[in-house]
Design a protein around this ligand. Structure first.
Ligand SMILES: Cc1cc2nc3c(=O)[nH]c(=O)nc-3n(C[C@H](O)[C@H](O)[C@H](O)COP(=O)(O)O)c2cc1C
Length: 161
């Protein structure tokens, strides 16, 4: 892994998207390795580690399980956000604002048409994040973002314009 290049990319961008499939209620190990190597003390955290401060982090997750399964009463007992607590706290420690995850649930049963719809919604979400900016604090406590957050939060949507 080219750590210097990864750090340069992070320094050059305001929004950091962690996109991954959910594997055993976690990100795949490559993301953990990326964190271990790239988020260096004195750069990402620690008294002089301020490189990421004020940026925004968005976890984008695909999960085989359904939304109903990811709650206290459900089969998986915890929300995706709760299960991603180490990712959230890593971001917070490094001074990033951590958004509720943007999740595609039930991937095992998606048709090709469903995948295209989710792909378009994801594209809209990314464009909205960049063009409009991150949602306000009203979303901070949510288990996950709405699949089309630009339609639900109180900012003018400019996606696709
Ligand atoms: C090794 C492995 C572990 C998985 N663990 C979970 C899991 O804990 N929870 C879940 O909802 N889906 C789980 N899945 C399903 C994946 O999340 C799903 O197949 C993936 O999000 C689909 O995206 P992809 O086509 O990019 O792989 C797992 C899949 C694999 C291969």
């Amino acid at each position: 892994m080219d750590v210097a290049r990864e750090q340069e990319l992070l320094e050059d961008h305001d929004v950091v998207v962690f996109q991954f499939p959910f594997y055993w209620y976690s990100p795949p190990p490559l993301l953990k390795q990326w964190e271990d190597l790239v988020l260096e003390h004195g750069w990402a955290y620690g008294s002089e580690g301020t490189a990421l401060r004020g940026k925004v982090a968005s976890a984008v997750v695909s999960a085989g399980g359904t939304r109903d399964a990811y709650c206290a009463e459900g089969h998986n007992r915890f929300s995706v956000r709760q299960l991603l607590a180490p990712v959230e706290q890593t971001c917070v420690l490094c001074g990033l604002r951590y958004l509720p995850p943007w999740v595609v649930f039930g991937t095992h049963r998606l048709s090709t048409a469903d995948i295209e719809i989710h792909g378009e919604a994801y594209g809209d979400y990314l464009r909205w994040l960049v063009e409009v900016g991150p949602p306000g604090e009203e979303v901070d406590g949510l288990a996950e973002l709405h699949p089309e957050p630009h339609r639900t939060v109180g900012v003018e949507a400019r996606v696709g314009s």
